[in-house]
Design a protein around this ligand. Structure first.
Ligand SMILES: N[C@H](CCC[C@H](N)C(=O)O)C(=O)O
Length: 295
């Protein structure tokens, strides 16, 4: 089975083109876990499948490193757009991609011999508790609301970009023990489908620092949907203005995000190849890793 490893600001995935291939549905979570494992597999933050769609030009499915299927992936969308354009699966510079979180429109921004930057209209953020989803009054928003988790109080602002994000504002994102509080919040019973956990520091009126503990993958170098959620959350908390181009600094690099006056969130950033390769499917569709790691 051929694969392409790509990354968006260091948030890296194993991409498999299913436009000309098929995979057993039941095997996908195990395949994602095995491919993502850095010791017994290829090593990545997860697996992304490029598929046909009945409602958009293409469909992207994203599986986290733990095998759980995510509903959207901003960095993944930019990489899928690059892959499709570079490999001549599209002849237009704008096209649509279906995700479990909704249909987005991608725009090839700047290209030299290969696509370098991609802009994505990530659509409208979902803000009601019922849309995150999370516990509490379903038709209300969660803005800087206090929650008791693991004996500590956290003030969360929750935004869905098709996938759930819990955002906290701090003075310095590098001083937060995200490896400790991330999993506690991810797995708390406040979020029935778990949640991605982001910490944000407002550096300037148009610059944010952001770090993320990703649902199903842990700390990653970047999170595109998370950067969008961070800008929406900062706007809702009156820390930045709406309809401005905001630079979000992530450990893996910068994304340009804008929540525009039509309520759409736009993301612009790089998408890059790491390598192309091949693996034997039968080696990666059985639970060999769990036995080897003694789980
Ligand atoms: N862990 C996320 C999916 C990947 C999102 C992230 N890598 C991005 O770039 O948006 C979830 O389960 O909702």
């Amino acid at each position: 089975m051929l694969f392409t490893k790509m990354h968006g600001l260091g948030n890296n995935y194993i991409f498999i083109n299913l436009l000309e291939n098929t995979l057993e549905e039941d095997s996908l979570p195990t395949l994602a876990r095995n491919l993502s494992d850095v010791r017994f597999g290829i090593g990545s933050d997860g697996m992304i499948l490029i598929c046909d769609s009945k409602v958009a030009d293409f469909r992207m499915r994203i599986f986290n490193a733990d095998g759980s299927e995510g509903k959207n992936c901003g960095n993944g969308l930019r990489c899928v757009a690059k892959y499709l354009y570079d490999h001549q699966f599209v002849d237009s510079e704008s096209f649509t991609i279906e995700t479990l979180g909704g249909i987005v429109e991608v725009h090839i921004s700047e290209k030299k011999k290969e696509v370098e930057y991609v802009t994505v209209d990530m659509g409208e953020p979902k803000l009601l508790k019922t849309m995150i989803p999370m516990i509490g009054e379903p038709m209300t928003m969660t803005i800087n609301e206090p929650f008791e988790i693991g004996g500590n109080q956290y003030r969360l602002t929750c935004v869905s970009m098709g996938n759930p994000h819990a955002i906290m504002f701090v003075d310095d994102v590098h001083k937060v023990p995200l490896d400790k509080i991330g999993p506690m919040i991810e797995h708390s019973d406040i979020f029935p489908e778990r949640v991605n956990v982001g910490v944000v520091a407002v550096k300037k009126p148009n610059e944010l620092d952001y770090r993320v503990w990703e649902r199903g993958s842990g700390i990653t170098m970047a999170c595109g949907t998370g950067a969008c959620a961070a800008v929406v959350a900062a706007t809702l908390n009156n820390k930045i203005e709406k309809d401005q181009s905001i630079t979000v600094h992530l450990p893996g690099g910068d994304l340009e995000i804008r929540w525009d006056e039509n309520n759409h969130v736009w993301m612009k950033g790089k998408a890059e190849y790491i390598c192309h390769g091949e693996f034997k499917l039968e080696d990666f569709t059985k639970e060999k890793l769990l036995k080897a790691s003694g789980e």
